[in-house]
Design a protein around this ligand. Sequence first.
Ligand code: ADP
Length: 488
Amino acid sequence: MTDQLLLVLDAGTTSTRAIAFTTGGEIVASAARPLTQYYPASGWVEHDAGEIRDLSLAVLEEVAAAAGVDRIAAIGITNQRETVCFWDRTTGEALAHAIVWQDRRTAEFCAGLKGHEPAVQAKTGLLLDPYFSATKMRWAIDNWPMVAAAARDGRLAVGTVESWLIWHLSGGAVHITDATNASRTLLMDLATCQWDDDLIALFGVPKAALPAITDCAGPLAEATILGRRIPITGAAGDQQAAAIGQGCLSAGMLKATYGTGCFLLAHAGAEPPVSRNRLLATVAWRLDGRPAYALEGAIFVAGSAIQWLRDGLGIIAESAESEALAQSVADNGGVSFVPALAGLGAPHWAPDARGLICGLSGGTTRAHIVRAALEAQGQQTADLVDALAADGVPAAMLRVDGGMVANNWLCQDLADSLGVVVERPRVIETTAMGAAMLAGVGAGLFADLPAAAAAMAAADVRFHPVIDGAARTGRRRQWQAAIAKVLA
Ligand code: ADP
């Protein structure tokens, strides 16, 4: 068993990558290609689905060749979520560009449906926002004649990126989507993990064009790589895969990825959670027909606040300098920085909010401002963690990844701000790791996800909270006062 490899395809927003893992969680080979971004109008973002397919095959073959194709036991796929592809099921050709998750072209359509939001949220766990797939599907049918004609003739196939890739890797044999990806479309009933006829009618999507919803692990399809048939046995959307790769397998275990923005996912157990705090309820995975659930929240500005200090204000030369500067002062000197540079995400949902630096005095230095920018990450996360607790999922611990968590000061401040242990993993490729774990379970190499996590995922550094409750509360009050100013 130790000689066998798990090959992961990570079809992301800006790049397409493949990574080969041993069943002990070591990376033996990887390859990546950048993906072209198309911005045909303000607020529109598209990808060339054919390019995603071609790059995927290229990186899979490159890594399979480097690692030894005969050693590959199974393939796992993870992908940018919500992005929709449109193709002709008789020829396999893409009928149009894929509409990407960031695309806002259906904002007006969503606004027109606002009255349906409570019912839609109750059924899907999501909010009515252009982010999710359904309104993008409808827009393409209404506006792209090739897509409309295929829908009329029953030739249209739609699917998120993993669905498109599995269709092609299987030579057109299989049109499926895993339950995590399906849970991001606005068309799936979260409780049953089935397409919902009322939602399909509300959004005006042809049911015949949709893929079948499957588990995240098992014999999903077969791909041919370098002439060898290899089973595809794992699939999950990127945030769910990262949570699995971080071993967040029981209720209250949280993962947060601190990159440009921050995505937090909290495992919520076997019953669909209901958020009263505008968090998203979503499928964490589905195995043997049984779903597990998560609550999710996004912070729009995380690392980009540090980038702004560097490029906008010019008070640091490199992002990494923020660590020593924050360390160089005893506290924030009363300075608060609310980095609402692109509005505020969950749980505030104020897209038009703008940033604020307040509490300045004659003694304020750039070190205080930099420290406040890092502290904002802990406080924004605490806002989400408070919302999670109010929704019935108190945080047990936080596992972190993403470019920012190289900053040890930040990780310690997260532990102090939240009052929970923060763990940083040994292998920071958590998204690919999660897809590899699912593929390993699906191929029968591991009995279940806990066994896969025990074999593959390991913590590297643990940060324990060191400040007391009063100090923690004091920081929360200072931050909440600043947020109140921003929201006013
Ligand atoms: P993404 O995947 O969203 O492009 P990454 O995970 O690569 O982002 O993280 C990059 C972000 O992390 C940048 O915004 C950068 O400013 C920030 N960053 C990188 N290193 C540090 C550091 N040592 N301290 C604070 N922020 C950092």
